[in-house]
Ligand binder design. Sequence first.
Ligand code: HAS
Ligand code: CU
Length: 540
Amino acid sequence: MTDATTQKLSLYNFWVAFGSFALACFFGMYQVLARSGMIPAVQSPAVYFASVSTHGVLMAFVLTTFFIMGFGYYTATASLREPIWNPKLAWTGFAIALGGTVLAAIPLLLGKASVLYTFYPPIQAHALFYIGATLLVVGSWFWCLIMIVMLMRWKKSHPGQAVPLPMFATTTNAILWLWTSLGVALEAVFQLLPWSLGLVDTIDVGLARTLFVWTVHPIVYFWLIPAYIALYCYVPQAAGGKLFSDELARLAFLLILLFGLPIGFHHLYMDPEQAYGWKLLHMVGTFAVAIPTLLTAFTVIASLEIAGRRLGGRGLFGWIGALPWKSPMVLAAILSLLMLVLGGFGGIINASYAMNAMVHNTAWVPGHFHLIFAGTTITMYLAVAYKLWPKLCGKALVSEDLALTQLWSWFVGMVIMTTPWHVLGLLGQPRRISSVNYNSVLTLAWVPYELAMIIGGLILLISGCLFVYILYKTQAEGTPARSVEEDYAQFTQASGRIPGWLNGFTVWNLLILALMALSYGYPIAQFFLMKTYDPTAWGY
Ligand code: HAS
Ligand code: CU
């Protein structure tokens, strides 16, 4: 069982994460109503954009960062069997990140930071928003440091031994996040903050977008890695089997780290500031990053098959029916993988330079990321919470059946909401609009899909509230848990010695440095080297 400090630290982080999640679900519900254009009384562009900005920031930055920190602290102590290194630092990081969140929330809720979660200039937010967001990131760096130090200390005291997979993957994520957040940190410090504080009149929007996409692609893997940790380290055990391969798992995490970083221009295909050769280069990298996900699907499904066959499943697909569908962790994994099929497929379409022109800035894109983030990724976060709550509170989950209902409803709601968005995107509906209130033949064709999106949104809101209710009820009124010992998945082969490059990060950091220099070096330098048209010379 983990020590009291870790329990408290993890629980505090988790509650900030899940509290934000529940709040953001309500904003989401309002948005589907407003956006559909069906209820004129709730329509207001000002309220809509304040809401959607808050929703995006809460879900994409607050829920994820605090969840990842809470899960990381737990994983470090449970897998290394050591207490948190420097808990004071951990609490300081928590306080800075929370303080930043509160600071950012003020302008968001007042409608002074309605810049969406991507905050692309030239739309400008109140300086407090950028300061708050920066502090959230700075707070998370404390967590990164603690994870890296704990891994290094463990390696020193266990020479030649393989770092336990859950901690290896968690540290991979900490390193990924340090590299990832550098782009947006540069944008915030050198561009957004001076500009919003009125110290400079204008900033280079092209440079800002380039720095932002340095962050915005790998950030999605920062969110995804905890879900993969659960898939590799919890699911095989929960299904009654073993992890197919420890080495393949490490390789997948390391390849995500390597390929996830230098590919952000697939968000800029339709932008003018970068030349097409660079976009093509980033496209090749984007296809490469699908490989670790395919590795993951292979390893996890193979592990599930081992379990299904052990449980008596026969034939090509008989093992699927034999899996313990009544285990929340297993059910979550199956639903999560199912959503990954279309979510990932959509990602490949987005990534294809030519096809991106068809879907870019349409409702397809929120369809893609709700399915793969709110669907695949968050479903595993929910399952992790169900798994860890008894360990963190010492109480048994109030009802596994309720947890299963919650997971199913999250899946059903997400499918009902995102399938229409994909179709609407192909029918030409733009993303980032506050409502649809024209009566043209085109927009009338959207109506049935908008009705479906409202139903989906409602199911998701109920499901989100049910989730928080289950956690609260467990913590407040649950009966003492039977076992709170950690039970990570075993591997099919006894994992003996492992090659150094699968047990450390030096080579990988050097490779990333080289790839980042190649893919971002000139594209960033050009803003300082090239002479461009200066509008102020014309008196504008
Ligand atoms: Fe994405 C836009 C490309 C993955 C999140 N993405 C976004 C945005 C977000 C996001 C938030 O190239 C919007 C940003 C904004 O606001 O502007 N994405 C990809 C690609 C992948 C991908 C190539 N995205 C993610 C993940 C996310 C995420 C993961 C969050 C967690 N995305 C893009 C592109 C854009 C984009 C463009 C810009 C679009 C635009 O124009 O604005 C890949 O990582 C996906 C690889 C996955 C696969 C899936 C393989 C299938 C498997 C399932 C096997 C399961 C089976 C079922 C067979 C290739 C592994 C088994 C069943 C049983 C019962 C056992
Ligand atoms: Cu991306």
